[in-house]
Write a protein that binds this ligand. Structure first.
Ligand code: HEC
Length: 110
């Protein structure tokens, strides 16, 4: 039985990689970003609390986006006292999660 399960898993894995491949990746990042945003960043960035750049405010975000993704990630990880908390309060987030959330906010604000 164990051998059978393993064979099924190999089939399933190989079945997945070939076809959808790269096409699925960008949509995935947006889904992760939206999820993180809705759980952690939303509380400040939806309404512009404490001077947070509001999602949907193209001008506010174009100034931020001009810094480049690396600097945006850095200020998100370290925070920007006093308003922006380190990691945007998502302590379990990886760099990838935070990058996805930033991308989501920037994209939603264009
Ligand atoms: C407690 C409120 C709060 C939460 C929660 C929050 N932010 Fe912020 N954020 C701010 C404020 C305020 C600023 C503006 C800081 C400034 O310009 O001094 C900011 C700025 C930013 C910037 C611009 C950084 C830059 O270099 O200009 C990014 C990117 C950002 N936040 C991402 C996030 C992400 C991603 C999350 C969720 C994981 C998040 N924030 C959660 C308040 C918050």
């Amino acid at each position: 039985m164990r051998g059978f399960g393993f064979a099924l898993m190999v089939l399933w894995l190989t079945g997945c990689t070939g076809e959808t491949g790269d096409a699925a990746a960008p949509g995935n990042t947006m889904a992760i970003g939206e999820d993180v945003y809705n759980k952690f960043c939303f509380s400040c960035h939806a309404a512009g609390i404490a001077g947070a750049p509001m999602v949907g405010d193209a001008q506010a975000w174009s100034v931020r986006a001009a810094k480049g993704n690396e600097l945006l990630l850095l200020s998100t990880v370290e925070g920007m006292p006093p308003g922006m908390p380190p990691m945007g309060l998502c302590m379990a987030c990886t760099d990838e999660d935070l990058t996805a959330a930033i991308e989501y906010m920037v994209t939603a604000s264009q």
